[in-house]
Each structure stands twice: as C-alpha cells, then as structure tokens.
Design a protein around this ligand. Structure first.
Ligand code: ZN
Length: 401
C-alpha cells in the first residue's frame, strides 16, 4: 500500500497529471475524425492512389520485400511536411527506413513524448493491405500529427513510424538504442499496433505495460483518460505485457512505454493475410482507440492552455531546435521557408565567429532539413542563425565531446 502511495505521489509531481478534465485535451479528443483516419488508411492500404514524386502510385504492400516498403516513407514524409512538421528519415541495416517528425516543446524541448506505430506489414510477396496490422496504428499517428500540431505543449512530441517490426522490431530497436546512447530523455512512448478490429462490438482493448521505469503509471494514465473523457473503451491491462511490438524496444532501454492494442481474446482472423483489408475495420472502435491514443499523448506532453495555434498557411519562416541536442558529432536542423527567398543558415561559436555555413542559397517555399557534422569542432555551446527575407532567428545548441 505504501509503495503504491509513494509511486503515485512521485507520479503526480512528474509528468503525467491526474488533473480534472482538461478542456484542451477534450477539444483535442473531439477533433479525431474517423473520416480522416479512413482516408489515411485507404492510402496506406493501396485502396486509394497516392502521388509520390509526381507519380500516381498504389501502396499495395508495405512489406520489406515489396517496392511499396520504400515508397511508404516518401508518403509519410509528405504527410508530415504538409502539416508543417519537419520530418526525418532514419536509415538502418541495409533496407530499413524509419520516419519521424518532431514538434518542439515550448518549455521542455529536451524531453520527449513519442507516439508511434510500425508501418511495415505482412504477408511478403504480392498483395498486403495490412489494414489492421498496422495501417490502423500508422494512420492514427498521422491523425495525431494533424491535430496535435495545431497546439503547443511543454514537452516535445515525436511522431514515429517504424520499419521492419515484422522481422524483429528492428526499426524501433535501432531508434531506442541510439536514443539511449545519446541519453535522450524520453518520458513516454505510446505504441499503437492493431487498433481497428472488434468483431463483436464489445469495445474491448488492451494496455500492455511492465514494471520498467514509469510504464505502469503510464498504463494507469491510459485508463484515466478513457474514463475521464468518456471514450467508452472497455480496457484491460496486461502486466507484464507482451514484448511482441515496438514498445518493447523502449523497455529494453529502460524507457516508459505502453502498447495499445485490440483485445487478444477476439483475435483478428485475417492477421498477416492478404484479406486484412479496409472492409474488416470496425470504425466506431477504431475512432475510440485513436481518441484514446491522442488523449494520452496530449496529456503526457502537457498542453499549454488556450494556445491553440491556427495554421492557415502551410509554411511560415521558422527555425527549429536542432535534434538531437546535445549532440556528437551530427545533428539535424529543420526550417521552413514561407515565400521563395535567399536563405542563409550559419553556425557561430560563443565568441561570434562563424564556424560553418549550412545553407546559403535561393529556396522555394517549403519545409527543409540540413545536417551539421561537427567532427572537427571542439565541444561546447554554439549558435545557429537563419536569415531569409527579413526573418532572422538564432538558436543555441551544445556539442558534447
Ligand atoms: Zn503489428
């Protein structure tokens, strides 16, 4: 009893708050739309063509051994950049490609909340719509980015889509090991895998947690969000939870993580078959699962009250905080260009001496990323400054050697 009490107290002081109903969280949950989710899912399953590099394509499979597996990251990057988010492709092994987008936190930008799903699927060879496994989770992460990117949060949110989960959680494991090596402060990982199957409309779903860092508390938060915001799912917690999806990669490196998944006692009979398609989706159930995932992510990232950002233009001039930070030896800097203009992005040391020019050219309106490789620079604090069409912004970063 005492132990539980102590944990809960620490927990209240820490990131997840069991506060009363929060209007911002409620407004976020209300914005989740089954139509947007289904549209994303139609594109991910090859039901609706997507335009990639000016060519109309159907993603008929996202399996490792299909061409669609390498087209999907292009599609995902495009989705994120249309939302004005800076997105990254992370290559690993010989054929793995994770995609993630970063939304910087206002006050705790070096602490991360990750909402994630694997986009690769089964079976290999030919048709593989993978609607439930795991188009459903992938589409929900894109929906989270659409809605949450219009709000400001204390913590940085990372929208991550993993590759090669089906072959051994390779993508998430690569990301988690790199994050751990850098010492990233990841406060919560919400993994979505198979969230659209409910054959008997009982709204049963599972939360998988373990006694790793604050994972069990994060699991309690999931229940809390479900009841507080009247989402209406019938949740069970599995502890110790399954290690059969990407959240387990984060447990491995001692990060707090949970899995949200449909009920395993009502197992999807089309799992890993060519028939795991759109027609099998239980839309009301799927919408509730997405609402739950967004509610938990938003609560963990702590919204700043009354600061809903209304984005009417796709881009504004903007310089993002570099990622990772601190770094060694490589870091990525994202920036947006509102109107075509000459853009310069330079790096200075603490004495104001220019040490690197990352960008110095005419750019079309759009979202860009550039990488600084600081192998020859000494460790310490640096500044980077962007100039474009009257816009100027400087940010600080730390090279650790
Ligand atoms: Zn899966």
């Amino acid at each position: 009893m005492k132990k539980i009490f102590t944990i809960l107290c620490l927990f209240l002081l820490a990131n997840f708050s069991f506060a009363q109903t929060d209007q911002t969280i409620q407004s976020i949950i209300n914005k989740v739309s089954i139509d947007t989710l289904m549209n994303n899912l139609r594109e991910l399953t090859g039901d609706k063509p997507v335009i990639l590099n000016n060519v109309s394509t159907k993603l008929i499979s996202r399996n490792r051994y299909s061409a669609g597996n390498s087209y999907t990251p292009i599609y995902l990057m495009q989705k994120f950049s249309q939302l004005g988010l800076v997105s990254f492709q992370q290559n690993f092994m010989t054929d793995g490609q994770n995609v993630y987008a970063i939304q910087n936190g206002a006050t705790k930008s070096n602490q991360y909340v990750i909402i994630c799903a694997h986009y690769d699927n089964m079976p290999s060879g030919g048709l593989a719509p993978g609607a439930d496994d795991n188009g459903s989770g992938t589409a929900a992460v894109i929906e989270a980015a659409r809605i949450l990117s219009k709000y400001k949060f204390d913590y940085t949110i990372i929208y991550a889509l993993w590759d090669l989960e089906e072959y051994g959680l390779y993508g998430s494991n690569y990301y988690a090991s790199e994050a751990s090596f850098r010492g990233d402060n990841i406060v919560a990982v919400i993994n979505l895998d198979m969230i659209a199957w409910d054959s008997n409309n009982d709204y049963k779903a599972e939360v998988h947690a373990r006694n790793v860092s604050s994972s069990l508390e994060l699991g309690l938060l999931v229940h809390d969000v479900n009841s507080k915001y009247l989402i209406g799912l019938n949740l069970d917690t599995s502890n110790p939870g399954s290690t059969a999806s990407d959240h387990a990669s984060f447990w491995r490196y001692n990060y707090s993580a949970v899995l949200l998944i449909e009920s395993m006692s009502d197992f999807n009979q089309y799992y890993h078959k060519t028939t795991d398609d759109l027609t099998k989706v239980n839309k009301p159930f799927y919408e509730k699962m997405a609402k739950l995932a967004l509610g938990v992510t938003a609560t963990s990232a702590v919204p700043i009250q009354n600061t809903s950002v209304t984005q009417t233009i796709p881009y504004e001039f903007q310089l993002y905080q570099n990622y990772p930070n601190p770094f060694n030896p490589e870091t990525t800097i994202g920036y947006n260009v509102q109107t075509a203009s000459k853009v310069s992005l330079k790096v200075y040391d603490v004495l104001g001496r220019e040490v690197a020019t990352l960008v110095n050219e005419y750019k079309q309106a759009g979202s860009y990323v550039t990488t600084l490789r600081a192998t020859s620079l000494p460790g310490g604090v640096y500044f980077y400054r962007m100039h474009a069409d009257g816009y100027s912004e400087t940010k600080k970063m730390t090279l650790v050697k």
